[in-house]
Design a protein. Sequence first.
Length: 619
Amino acid sequence: MSEQFVTLIVDDNANNRFTLRTLLKKLPEIEVIEAASGEEALIITIEYDVHLILLDVQMPGMDGFETARHLQMTERTRHIPIVFISAVFKSEDFIRHGYSIGAVDYLTKPLDDNLLLNRVRLYQRLYRHERELEMRVAQLQHHEQMLAAARDAAEAANHAKSVFLSNMSHELRTPLNAILGFAQLMEHDERIPEDERRNLRIINRSGLHLLGLINDVLEISRIEVGKISVHNEIFDLVDSLSSVGDMIRIRAEHKDLNFLIEYMGKPPTYVYGDAHRLRQVLLNLLGNAIKYTDRGQVYLRIYPTNNQHIRFEISDTGPGIAPEDQEHIFHAFYQTASGISKGEGVGLGLTISREFVRLMGGELSVHSGLGKGSILSFTLPLPQATPPTNSAKPHGRVVGLETGQIIPRILVAEDDADSREFIVRLLEGVGLNNVKMVENGQLAIEAFQSWQPHLIWMDMRMPVMDGYEATKAIRALPGGNEVKIGALTASVFGEDRGRILAVGCDEMVTKPVEGEKLFSVIGQLLGLRYRYADPTVIPASLPLTAMNFVVLPEVLREELRAAADLLDLKAVRTLVERIHTDYPELAQTIAELLNDYRFDKVAELCREANVSENCQISK
C-alpha cells in the first residue's frame, strides 16, 4: 500500500462516490477508499495511510468543515491535503470556518472530469516528490553517519597510536635513563681505571646511539599522527644559509663538485621562522644532491619575494629521477634505483623534509628527468624581523652548593629502582643529600604528609597511583600549595607539558634525565645558588655535558651538530679549528672525541645544549 497513492472519497451520496471512484481508476498507481460520513472518514484515516481526501462539504451529521476540523487536531492527519467539493462555493462559509480563500482548495459540482483528474495528478506528483526527498534526506543522514563513524574510527586510531607512542617512549627511555645516567656517573669516578672508562664510553656512546634511533622512530610516528609542530623565532637567515653552505661546500669539494649559493635578489637579514627546521631541510636536500651527483655542480638559489616569502631551490647535475619514481620518492622508506645502488640511508629523509616544509607553510616539489639532473624547491613565509637582543649565557657545570644555604628536603617518587637510584646519586653528588625515595604516588602522598619536603620529583607514570593523581591529591592537602613539584616524564610529546602543568606540577624534566637540566630546575624552583665549574676548563679525561656546549654561539653549535649527524669528519674538524680560537679546551676535547669517531656524542650534546638554552625557566 505504501507504493500506491491512497485517495479517500468522503460523500454521503453513493452515486457520487461511484462516479468519483470510476473516474480515479483511470490514474496509475492509485488506490481509492470510500467513506459515507465524516465519522467514518475519521476512523479510516486512523487505519490507513491516506495521501489525499476529496471531502464533500454538505453532509448530514458531521459536515465537511467539522470533519476537516477534527483532522486538523491530530498529528497523524493534519498534514493530509484536502480538496473540498461543494455544489455552491460560498467564500463566507470558508472564512467563517477559519480558511483563507487563497489557501483553500476546492472543486464545485457538477465536477469537470479533466479538472478533477489534473488536480489529483498534481497531488500525486507532490506526494512522489516528497517521498523522493525523504529518501534522499535519509540517504544523506546515512552517509553523514558513515562519515561520522569513519571520523571517529580515525580519531580513535590516532588516539591509540598516540597512546602506543607514549607507552613506547616511557618503556624505552626509562631504562635508558638508568643506563646513560650511571655510565655518566661512573665516568666521573676517578677511582675507575682508564681502560674501564674506555668501556664506559663505549656503553655511553652505544646508549646515545640507541636513544637517537628511538627519537627518530618516534619523530616519524609523530609526523604520521600530526603531532610535530614548528618553533618560530627571530633568526639570522643569511648567517644560517652561510653555515649550511660552509658544511655542504666541504662535502662538495671532497667529490670535486662545484657548489654555489646564489641570491636572486637581496634577502632580509633577520626573519621570523623555524631556523632549526629550515636548516634540517636544506642540509638534507643538499646532502642528497651531493650524494647522488658525481660530476658537475650543486646550486642553492634563494629567491626573495615582495610578500615576505622566500623561495629555496636546490638543483644538481645528477642522474635525475624517473617519472614513475617521482610519484613515490616522498613516501617513507621508498628508495630509487640510484639510492639503492649507493647503499646509504633508509628512505626517510625526503618524507621528513616534506612534512617539515608543510609545517612551515610551504610545499616541497620536484622537477627532474633521467639524465637531466633534479630541482627540488619550496617557498616559505619568512617575514622580515628586527634583530633579537642578546640573552645572557648560562653558567657552567654544577659542582656544589654555595655555602650558607639550608639543604632542602627532596622527595623522589619513581617506580623504576634504577632511575630512582640514579637521580638520588646525582643529587647527592652536588651536596643535595637530604633525600627520600618512594616508588608510587600513594607513598608520595604519605611521605609528603609525614616529612613535608620542599621539593618532590614526581614520575608521572607509576603503579598504584600515578603522578597526575598524586600531584592533584597533594595540592588539595594542607600545605600542598607551598611544596614545589617537578615532573619526571619519558614522554617526548610537547603537548603533554600542558597536561602536566595543569594538574599542579611547577616544571618538568624529560628522561633520560640530564643532570644540568635537573639542577637548573631545582635552582629556579627553590632559589638555590650553585658553585660552577669554569665552562672553558673541560678536562679531556671527563665526559662532556650539554652545559659545556652552551658556551658556543648557537649558529656554530648547530653547524657542529649537523656535521656530526652527517658523520662528516672533514666538516667537523674544520669547525673544531674555528672553535679553537675562542674555546681551545673545548675544541681539544671535541678533537679527542673524533679520534674515537664519537659523532653521536657530539651531535647529542649539541641538541641538549639547544634545548637547555631555549628552555631556561623564569621564577
